[in-house]
Design a protein around this ligand. Structure first.
Ligand code: SAH
Ligand code: TYD
Ligand code: ZN
Length: 405
């Protein structure tokens, strides 16, 4: 019996995707070694309401010197993180000699703005591939996992941080007790711990089941984050919904009693209660809707194949590993995937083994259909690929339901 990673309770499983590969383990075409698989299933803790994976993948298998995900691949995300940095600079980092630590700084997409402003900073990034991309721009990066021990060393060397920030990283980290211990050691008495991640409310509303994969250990709500914060001596003092990555929430935590929570916290908690986000029945309904999407998507792809249509996909996302392997989408249904990331090109997607081709070289003759795996970047991608649509190509979407655009 597995235990809740936050409170030790016994999570109730509500969806099982079966055996799944590592979502970012792109393979060389001639690689004949066995792929690593684990059981991807999700449960709800009845005690603290945290939604989490039922099986944990060792962190070194996911985050290493060949981690291929590069944050700066999207213009929208570059702008999002520049704005985020500007905001932090104007508010929390406006005092004398401020210091900010980012957990999961990747290629430095957020810290580059902090660095340009001349503010002391440290990125903590265990994946050497992307940490190096940040260092090449002059950004300070510690090539380690953030946890209690590394946080203590950072505190000893640099002093307290006014802000500890993490984007799309806290949900990747099962060992929250060690994280909060580290935050407690490193954060200034009145500092803030700010993190933003995919929001369970949006995942349920959009049936975006592909937000579930090895790296996304937690699917947060304001309620579960508030409970987690409280358990470790912190308090949820602000929340803000963000449009990026298919709907996220930015949580601001402070030490308990140090700041007055904004009305937005109570508002979102009330909204979540109304939506039944902590109810098992809501999550079971979500699971049923996911089954329907699989059925409809497979039926559509088989029909197109029978009609002799050509189908490719756009965006070799980590998310798409769940879609392809859960739905059984192999190269006979989707010929290849277009992607701009050099580290993914010329390789095969995990499990399903779809070849990845450079999106930069996408030109006629076009396929008849493109399955949009990177649906969270729909506007940006569709604007860039207008010629495909103008030539009669159609996009296939699968959230919230399967439809053509
Ligand atoms: N913040 C970026 C990157 C998100 S990807 C963005 O929003 O685009 C998640 C990143 O977290 C990866 O680069 C991974 O290497 C890193 N990571 C995983 N566990 C970590 C830990 N314990 N400490 C610091 N970084 C971690
Ligand atoms: P993303 O959805 O950001 O994340 P995840 O891998 O966590 O699911 O990944 C987007 C992928 O799509 C990434 O591999 C880069 C690629 N991409 C393009 O090929 N073209 C584009 O215009 C954009 C924005 C992304
Ligand atoms: Zn729990």
């Amino acid at each position: 019996m597995i235990k809740c990673r936050v409170c030790g309770g016994s999570p109730t499983e509500f969806i099982d995707f079966g055996q799944q590969p590592l979502s970012d383990a792109f393979r060389a075409p001639d690689d004949a070694t066995d792929e690593f698989f684990f059981r991807l299933a999700v449960g709800l803790c009845p005690d603290c309401t945290m939604v989490q994976l039922m099986e944990e993948v060792p962190r070194e298998r996911m985050f290493h010197e060949a981690y291929p995900y590069v944050s700066s691949g999207s213009a929208v995300m570059r702008e999002h993180f520049e704005k985020t940095a500007q905001q932090l600079l104007a508010t929390e980092l406006s005092g004398p000699d401020p210091f900010i630590v980012e957990i999961g700084s990747n290629d430095g997409v957020m810290l580059r703005t902090i660095d340009k402003a001349g503010v002391r900073h440290l990125g903590v990034e265990p994946s050497a591939s992307v940490a190096e991309l940040a260092r090449m721009q002059g950004i300070q990066v510690l090539g380690e996992f953030f946890e209690a021990s590394s946080a203590a060393r950072i505190r000893a060397e640099h002093g307290p941080a006014q802000v500890i920030y993490a984007a799309n990283t806290m949900c990747h980290i099962p060992y929250v007790e060690s994280i909060f211990q580290g935050v407690d050691t490193l954060l200034a008495p009145d500092g803030v711990f700010v993190f933003e991640d995919p929001y369970l409310g949006e995942i349920v509303a959009r049936t975006s089941f592909d937000q579930i994969y090895d790296e996304h250990f937690y699917l947060f709500t304001a309620r579960s984050v508030a409970a987690m914060a409280q358990r470790f001596g912190f308090e949820l003092v602000d929340v803000r919904q963000l449009p990026v990555h298919g709907g996220e929430v930015r949580y601001t935590l402070a030490r308990a009693g140090r700041r007055t929570p904004t009305p937005a916290v109570a508002d979102l908690l009330a909204e979540e209660a109304g939506a039944g986000l902590a109810d098992l029945t809501t999550l079971q309904r979500f699971a049923a809707a996911v089954g329907e999407v699989r059925h409809d998507l497979v039926a559509l792809l088989r029909r197109l194949r029978a009609e002799g249509r050509t189908v490719a996909a756009y965006g070799a996302t980590a998310k798409s590993a769940t879609v392809t392997n859960y739905c059984g989408i192999t190269p006979d249904l989707v010929a290849y995937v277009l992607d701009t990331t050099p580290a993914k090109q010329g390789r095969l997607t995990p499990g399903a083994h779809l070849p990845v081709r450079p999106a930069q070289e996408f030109r006629p003759p076009y396929p008849d259909y493109l399955l949009l795996f990177a649906w969270n970047h729909a506007e940006e991608i569709m604007a860039k690929e207008q010629a495909f649509r103008a030539a009669g190509g159609r996009w296939i979407r699968y959230t919230p339901t399967v439809h053509l655009v």
